[in-house]
Design a protein around this ligand. Structure first.
Ligand SMILES: Nc1ncnc2c1ncn2[C@@H]1O[C@H](COP(=O)(O)OP(=O)(O)OP(=O)(O)O)[C@@H](O)[C@H]1O
Ligand SMILES: [Mg+2]
Length: 309
């Protein structure tokens, strides 16, 4: 299936500037048809990573492959599979949207008139394409930029902070057509943002990046309730003893004492085991309170509270 073909592969990608590791050992894969997000606070290294993928800057170490083609070794060929908007897309304001597309089409071989019509439809600019770009709203310019990036039928579309400056309706439209591109055209779409709320709306998975490092790659679509961790608070007659028992048996559960309550984080299936452990040790339980942590809580924890949500 097309869904499983990896179209972008990063391995140990590192960028050093001076003594600083701006991007530090990033590795991940993006399959065809996925909307994949780079999520991280300002300065995390999102733009730097994108610039390395599209070859605007060199890597200090590591490998990037687009459809199996090395960006380092076969740059030109690798780039035929990438469409990107990094920073502001260049546009000729005094030309129409259509004239801009015709102009940019000349940069690639084999972009037909039909293809130009096709990308215009894909981004929904049919009705305004013959107007001058200076009359376009920000959202329309954004779409024209995406249309331009799609002209040569790339397998990977990369957009750095595409929602910047868009209103909620604009963000919604962007989301809808990026999803359409990924589902219908099988394109892998990579977007960056510092806003979790936007990423949740747009992406299948996100890579969480902080201070140049990959903290985690998460799926956002299959957040089945069962799979999400629970935060458990237990009201028990001897919290200290309970703490000793539970922390010995449940490592990685982040067990702590909060006043007279024992707190920990675990999945739902283990709650009865914990209760049993305490009861078998003849402790008296007065209450077990389980709450699910929101994705937002999880992100905040992972990034030490620096995430802008
Ligand atoms: N040419 C450069 N020289 C020195 N430092 C740089 C250079 N380019 C980027 N940096 C630093 O690298 C870090 C990562 O920058 P980058 O632009 O990749 O972050 P970002 O995640 O895109 O942030 P933002 O959300 O603000 O766009 C920052 O600390 C930045 O100052
Ligand atoms: Mg950036």
């Amino acid at each position: 299936m097309q869904q499983e073909e990896v179209v972008l592969k990063l391995r140990n990608v590192t960028k050093k500037i001076g003594n600083r590791r701006i991007v530090d050992d990033l590795s991940f894969d993006v399959p065809a048809g996925e909307v994949f997000g780079f999520l991280g606070p300002n300065g995390a290294g999102k733009t730097t990573t994108i610039r390395m993928i599209v070859g605007l800057i060199s890597m200090t170490q590591g490998e990037i492959a687009v459809k199996g083609i090395s960006v380092r070794k076969q740059f030109e060929l690798a780039m035929t599979h990438i469409g990107a908007i990094v920073e502001n897309p260049e546009m000729y304001k005094f030309l129409t949207g259509y004239q801009n597309l015709v102009h940019f089409a000349r940069r690639h071989s084999g972009v037909t008139k039909e293809r130009i019509e096709e990308v215009i439809k894909l981004v929904g600019l049919q009705n305004r394409i013959h107007e001058k770009v200076k009359r376009y709203s920000l959202g329309m310019r954004q779409r024209l930029g995406v249309a331009q990036a799609l002209l040569h039928r790339p397998s990977v579309l990369i957009l750095d902070e595409p929602t910047n400056g868009l209103d909620p309706a604009g963000i919604r439209e962007l989301r809808d057509y990026l999803r359409k591109l990924s589902r219908e055209e099988g394109i892998a779409v990579i977007v960056s943002s510092h806003l979790l709320s936007e990423m949740e709306l747009m992406c299948d998975r996100v890579a969480i990046i902080q201070a140049g490092k990959l903290i985690d790659v998460r799926s956002l679509q299959e957040t089945a309730d069962e799979a999400k961790p629970y935060k458990i608070a237990i009201d028990v007659n001897d919290p200290r003893r309970a703490y000793e028992l539970v922390s010995a048996s449940f490592q990685n559960a982040n067990v702590s004492l909060q006043g007279n309550r024992l707190e920990l984080v675990t999945d739902r299936a283990r709650i009865p085991d914990i209760a049993r452990l305490l009861v078998n040790a003849e402790l008296d339980i007065y209450g077990i309170h389980a709450t699910q942590k929101s994705l937002e809580d999880q992100f905040l924890e992972m990034t030490g509270g620096e995430m802008v949500v």
